[in-house]
Design a protein around this ligand. Sequence first.
Ligand code: FES
Length: 104
Amino acid sequence: MSNWIDACAPDDIEPEDLIRFDHAGRSFAIYRSPEGEFFCTDGFCTHESVHLADGLVMDHVIECPKHNGQFDYRTGEAVRPPACKNLRIYATRVEGDRVQIELS
Ligand code: FES
């Protein structure tokens, strides 16, 4: 069963940036690509428990603030060590003036 959660307004996230979104004891990262699309991943790096929202977005990559591991936030793929385990990703949609993420 799909479960869409209201997360933020589109303008809460600058293009090529991300925000942290906490919900029901979990933490997520929501990204706005340079093309204006929205993506969502788990909020913590898979290497250690560090908030990715404190990291840097470059194009379609999020760089972890702690050891500079990188992930493609569109697919969750770990693309630079020491990050080697992929991030979990979540579907997003824009409904009216809200960005929503899908939790299963
Ligand atoms: S905690 Fe993210 S790369 Fe180490």
